[in-house]
Design a protein. Sequence first.
Length: 437
Amino acid sequence: MKIAVIGTGYVGLVTGTCLAETGNNVICVDIVEDKINKMKSGILPIYEPGLDILFHRNIEQGRLNFTTNLADAIKDAVIIFLALPTPPGGDGKADLSYVLGAAKDIANLITDYKVIVTKSTVPVGTADKVKAVFKENTLIDVDVVSNPEFLREGVAVEDFMKPDRVVVGSSSEKARKLMEELYGPYVRSGNPVIFMDERSSELTKYAANSFLATKITFMNEVANLCELVGADVDMVRKGIGSDARIGKRFLFPGIGYGGSCFPKDVQALAMSSKEYDYSFKILDAVMDVNQTQKLKIVEKMIKYYNGDLSGKKFALWGLAFKPETDDIREAPALYIIDELTKAGAEVVAYDPEAMENVKKMKGDVLSFVENPYDALKDADALIIATEWQLFRNPDFDLMEKNLKSKVIFDGRNLYDLHKMIDLGYYYNSIGRATVES
Ligand code: UDX
């Protein structure tokens, strides 16, 4: 099939590349010329495991192309994906100007039937707004489909190629058939393509992300309570996760959820509910708890150092909001850096992928090293903010040699408590007993 993908951000690029991989002819469009030129010469602008192989293969085999010319891209396309940003506007609601602007441009260019697919996370009712834009600007017949993405950064290729489910919101039989054909190769193992109306599909995306954010937040609160009552959250997690109704996944407590989706989507769902005079109370609590959870680790440090962090030097392992990505959007590490440096502490950070991004944003308030053990040199403590695999089994001898004091504040529960006792550390993690050797 001939496909156009408008917007080459994270979602557009993964979508375009993975659609080319099953034999479709894909043209990706963006207004940023420099980005398009780089991609034409084979430079992938994002870090996502496994994407580069598919990206290069499909460019070489001619199925994946890039352009800044919208007219060229959509001329022969049957399906046009809109993968444009929907940032929170000043009022906290998703800003639809990019999506609706592109819809207008497309409407003014098309000369034959198209399926227009909204891939961006958009508020309920957006498909209707897109339909209205086409009605106002063209007489050509189009179908507008909602097809939310459920891609986790770090495993986005796997999520696209083997989805648990594909959700398609469409009231048109013709569009449904085309979407079913398009996604057929991805659901061969029997996972469903779930067809529904556009509004249900739009809400499905927000409900899924808000539910997951709530699940994590619930566990963060359980962890906080564990610390107070002397229980171990790892045990509680295993105890409840074995109940199939609860499930084992997304029960890991930490320093709050971050990233480009959960914070934005929880906020947008809470705000848009208010438009319908409905107060989605649980989401207000989720946002509130998540904000305080990000800074819990700093609170613990302030207590440990008797209220004075000035002149202290801290090593920070992990900057990305989660492992296997260089994405630092809403990363808890950024909040931790701000609080520590405001309190007069020095921060030396290491992250395998995200250091460049943090340098651009906060290069003047902290320093960076190319090796995790260099960050530990003369540090008063180590703080762990992202659970990268390479932090899970570190060289404890070298760690001890470099650290000034054997103190670890672990926001991701990476180490076994007995091991920390044996190694003689002060070890403070989330929802577990503090090791005070
Ligand atoms: C999420 C959704 O999972 C995906 O379906 C959606 O389309 C986009 O948003 P992503 O933001 O890439 O994906 O990351 P995810 O793996 O879901 O993690 C989100 C945040 O939750 C991270 O900050 C992570 O550290 C945190 N998290 C996750 C926990 O704190 N505990 C957990 O058990 C799981």
